[in-house]
Design a protein around this ligand. Sequence first.
Ligand code: B3K
Ligand code: ZN
Length: 849
Amino acid sequence: MRDAAPQTIYLADYTAPAFWVDEVHLTFRLAPTATRVLSRIRFRPNPDAPGPFTLHGEGLTLISAAIDGTPITPDLTDAGLTCAAPDAPFVWESEVEISPQTNTALEGLYMSNGMYCTQCEAEGFRKITYYPDRPDVMAPFTVRIEGALPVLLSNGNPGASGPGWAEWHDPWAKPAYLFALVAGELIAHPGKFTTRSGKAVDLNIWVRPGDEGKCAFGMDALIRSMDWDERVYGREYDLDVFNIVAVDDFNMGAMENKGLNVFNSSCVLASPETSTDANFERIESIIAHEYFHNWTGNRITCRDWFQLCLKEGLTVFRDQQFTADMRSPAVKRIDDVLSLRGRQFREDNGPLAHPVRPESFVEINNFYTATVYDKGAEVIGMLKRLVGDDAYATALDLYFDRHDGQACTIEDWLAVFEDTTDRDLSQFKRWYSQAGTPRLSVSDAFSDGTYSLSFRQTVQPTPGQTDKQPLVIPIAVGLLSANGDEVVQTTILEMTEAEQTFQFHGLAGRPVPSILRGFSAPVILARESDPAERAFLLAHDTDPFNRWEAGRSLARANLVAMLDTGAAPDPHYLSALGSVLDDSSLDPAFQALVLSQPGQEDIAQALMTAGKTPDPIAIDQAQETLADAMSAQLGSTLERLYDAMQVPGPYSPDAEPAGKRALANTVLRLLTRRDGGDRATAQYDAADNMTQQLAALAALLDTGRGAAQCAAFYDQWHQDRLVIDKWFGLQAGLARADAAVETAQKLTEHADFDWKNPNRFRALIGGFAANPAGFHDPSGDGYALVADWLIRLDPINPQTTARMITVFDTWKRFAPARQAQMRAALDRIGRTEGLSRDTQEMVSRILAG
Ligand code: B3K
Ligand code: ZN
């Protein structure tokens, strides 16, 4: 039986499997509480790693087992089984019983609204049958599904079928985490794609009846993704069919199972009436992401779960490139950096900091993090910047050629780059092993036509890692003359030492530096520069990212001064904003980003970098004060822009109209502070799409209005699960200080708060936790509310609980009284009887860090 103390798994302990699998046959006899799974698996001993025959298995009732036809009685534990096995290839057969209906953890085979579906990554296949459930064991699968349901799907190509049964064959060897099965009453939205070598592929998005009107955009995004991967990476699809299924109960966004992607319905279903522009963009990128995994993840997979960033970092990088190509590269880069700073920097500078390639874990599901995904993607971006676009393309071709069909490591990945470029990447590799965000401080000097930039890099200690080494940092720099001309175009400075100086010769005068263009490395740039220089860059920088960054740093500095010394909103910042808004040559989506304030986390990080203690309530109030000042000082510009940005005609989710709406709606938030809610009310009444409707409702709620619209919204949409998630999320997320906890409490009592559904739970409890006025209420009641719900959810769904408990990871940065409140909530969760291994690991890491 399983040890009481959860085991820690170490990268250093990796050993190859003692047995390989050559072929898998599975038969499923579906029944809600008594599904039978019959397996016939051909094993072959691995002469390089001899060892006992063990299979993973959890929560299975073993009915029978046999080796080469001879019944056997294996030794069972909570984690699997062991038995004697031949020294030569043999056939393992077993029959087990499982209960999908009562599987609320949503891992393995489970049911959602009467539909059977699976989630196996990372270690869910062991909840379906006995198997070596590790990614380096790859095999072709043949699956037979028996069940009285009209649609029966699995991986690969369809085989024979009849009433109540269907067979599938996946010829591509794959690890068990990519296995999938779906069965239910589903309707297909079909599509077609012909690969560039002429292979016809049938595409389908499968949904529950009623959702068929929400598939067209996802299908279009899929076709564009398939085309893009051929054009940009030379990657073709490799099966006759590609199926996507929308599922309402899902722990994350989506899953890249071979030929049968399973999606959280919120990440695939879209219509203008029910989805916002942001939803459309997110759906497009997730469809692309899962599709791109077919090569980066499926054809080439990970040797072990420590190598997760091998597939995730690379696939995020690829989906970011895709979105940049489909939309605006500058806007995409800014969006990605916003999310990196908001989530990954927070992780990297707190108790949960871990390397892009972690070295140990208790529960691997806890390591699907912003660090593995988003910093993992940044590391690939840096590599590309260092070697150049051509060498990157050559290296990727070699990667696909050399490693197709293999389970690989970061060492394999880097070797491909070393072999194509003759570079030594051993220092670069530290980005994979060293946790923490580097701080880059800069000083400059100018004399006799030579401009010097001196950098110093440091990394704060992180849990378990105190000794930090210098990293290779690509620093993209451009220099501007005083009249705004670019005197040195973007060049990449390659920093390798702890301290390093770079010189530029032959300059006519002291230039204004534009440093870390395009956010060329995931670092915190610490540079003292005066507001006039930032305003100059906001007006003149030719690099759109740094132009935005200049405005952002002005806002950040202003907010820090407001919080620290009681300074007022800075008129220079406000007038610089005015100039950006008046410049009609700029992309409205970009203007919207310039007009948006730094978020709570960004300001907290800035305060901590300056050695101050953040107070979330005070930050919230400073943001309100600054928004009021923006609204007052920029009034006529905002009014003009709001009118100019109205998009006539039918709704389209394309980048251009979406950018205009983004600007109009950012402006609306500010105008609602001074027009008594007139514009927002009118927009709400006139809206024919969710972007306009929701933005109007948000502007009203944000200023303490909107009760009538909120009720009307519910009446209009109470039949639509995904829209009602928005309704819960918006109210919890925007409730104002005086009533936030009470509002959230009331919402938890609403008949539609179906808390076992992860989307609903995240909308309300997650939305509330992201509302500083509520979560950080001085009474401590916000912490208690979230803790109560996490304690309630944990026995039902450990994964979603363990993920959401990260809302407490900031506890140590606050003043003692608040620390004590948050700690009390964490302690209470930690002491809960029978707490899951997932949540236990998270609580102890958050408390220890
Ligand atoms: N690979 C999945 C995530 C699986 C999470 C397991 N807890 C989705 C993705 O990254 O594409
Ligand atoms: Zn992924």
